[in-house]
Design a protein around this ligand. Structure first.
Ligand SMILES: *Cc1c(COP(=O)(O)O)cnc(C)c1O
Length: 320
């Protein structure tokens, strides 16, 4: 579908020139927004843009000038705050990488970012904090997709009270780059902030991007092919794989594991071999590194539902 899409090379900036692609994006948003109880949104090229979009709307709609986010937040939050000239206050995290709510200042006039799946450890911030701030944005780039799984969606309870949500479809919706979604509780209001019209445009350009590829067509094809149940099964397989990986790692003598993979991210290290050396011995292109607190770990993200966990475990055993 990506090849077919590339051949047509439609541009969603002009809806009269991309009638089907425009409709496909609408269908996708209709399908996804209800899982989060949002009322609209649009596709964009990544959650970096989705986060920037949400912060821009919050700033201009609510007159907010301060952003509160945890130290485990993604660099896209730093970028957005800088571009928008907003003050960014970073809060320390708890051991697992979730925001330490005891350190939060008064939230009445600020924009609060809550992470659903931090980049390093996959932690979920306390979603009970939603509604305490003037605007709460969920950075769900990585793990908001767990909402599509009835088995795991309960860990995101409360997310539906947020004002805006980012989700990267090129992460847990198995899309080619560059595919992400920004959703708003009140899209009509949000649209007023981010719509720009011009004489050469049939309809206003909404959001940060101008010309935009028809990624909704690929996402629609994915959803039609797998169906809701199929997508859910893929996500569940990834999570089951992560749990299996974690449990197997626990059994290996010289391996130390960080915490349970609540969103499919597992961190581990070798007790006797230095992290870089260990990474070098592991199969290439599978693992990365990250440093949640003081110590560095090897990081496994369970997005590939076809990953051969047994094979990987055998390799780790051999090194250990
Ligand atoms: C990946 C990620 C982003 C950025 O998303 P892109 O799609 O890479 O632009 C933002 N926040 C979190 C938590 C992420 O994991």
């Amino acid at each position: 579908m990506a090849l077919w899409n590339a051949r047509l090379n439609q541009n969603l900036l002009h809806n009269e020139l991309s009638p089907f692609a425009t409709k496909a994006e609408k269908l996708i948003i209709e399908w996804i927004k209800d899982y989060f109880d949002m009322d609209g949104g649009h596709l964009c090229s990544g959650s970096t843009i989705a986060n920037l979009t949400a912060l821009w709307v919050a700033r201009d709609l609510k007159g907010i000038d301060t952003v509160i986010a945890s130290k485990a937040s993604h660099i896209s939050i730093d970028k957005a705050a800088k571009i928008l000239n907003m003050k960014l206050i970073k809060i320390d995290t708890k051991f697992d990488g979730s925001i330490n709510e005891n350190l939060l200042p008064n939230l009445k006039n600020v924009l609060l970012i809550l992470n659903v799946g931090t980049t390093c450890t996959g932690a979920i911030d306390n979603l009970d904090l939603i509604s305490q701030a003037k605007w709460t944005h969920i950075d769900g780039a990585y793990a908001a997709a767990l909402k599509f799984s009835s088995k795991y969606s309960n860990i995101l309870n409360g997310i539906e009270k947020a004002d805006s949500i980012s989700l990267s479809a090129h992460k847990w919706l198995y899309q080619p780059k560059d595919s992400a979604i920004v959703l708003f509780k009140n899209y009509k209001e949000a649209k007023e902030i981010m719509s720009f019209g011009s004489s050469y445009l049939n309809d206003s350009n909404v959001g940060i991007q101008g010309s935009k590829g028809a990624n909704g067509v690929i996402l629609l094809a994915t959803l039609l092919y797998f169906g809701k149940k199929g997508i859910e099964n893929l996500i569940n397989t990834s999570m089951d794989n992560a749990c299996k990986f974690y449990n197997e790692l626990l059994k290996i003598k010289n391996i130390e594991v960080f915490t349970k993979p609540i969103t499919g991210i597992t961190l581990f290290r070798h007790k006797k071999i230095d992290v870089d050396e260990f990474l070098n011995k592991l199969p290439k292109g599978v693992f990365s590194k990250c440093k949640p607190v003081k110590e560095e770990y090897i990081r496994s993200v369970a997005l590939n539902p076809m990953a051969e966990i047994n094979e990987i475990i055998e390799m780790i055993k051999k090194i250990s």
